[in-house]
Design a protein around this ligand. Structure first.
Ligand SMILES: [Zn+2]
Length: 90
């Protein structure tokens, strides 16, 4: 008969050392978060009856179908990195 091959030679207790005692979770009173922007493609369109309006500009470089991300002062394309600054009216 074949010898018993025990590949499972576990490292001696090293894993046990890693275990740290975590302090119990303390629930903090969080400041109210800002309302998060809607995620997903549905947030980019607005359907009015039979019309669809796109709520974000599309990338000039990539063409239609590539929406630009809405930032505070600019729009950016995640595809090519194109940035367009919003016209600030003063
Ligand atoms: Zn682009």
């Amino acid at each position: 008969m074949s010898k018993k091959v025990t590949k499972k030679e576990e490292a001696p207790a090293e894993e046990a050392k890693k275990e740290e005692v975590k302090p119990p979770k303390v629930e903090k009173a969080r400041p109210e978060k800002k309302k998060k922007e809607e995620r997903g493609v549905h947030a980019l369109y607005k359907v009015e009856g039979e019309k669809v309006t796109r709520l974000r500009p599309t990338c000039e470089r990539c063409g239609p179908g590539y929406f630009m991300a809405n930032h505070q002062d600019r729009y950016t394309c995640g595809h090519c990195g194109f940035t367009r600054y919003k016209q600030v009216e003063k």
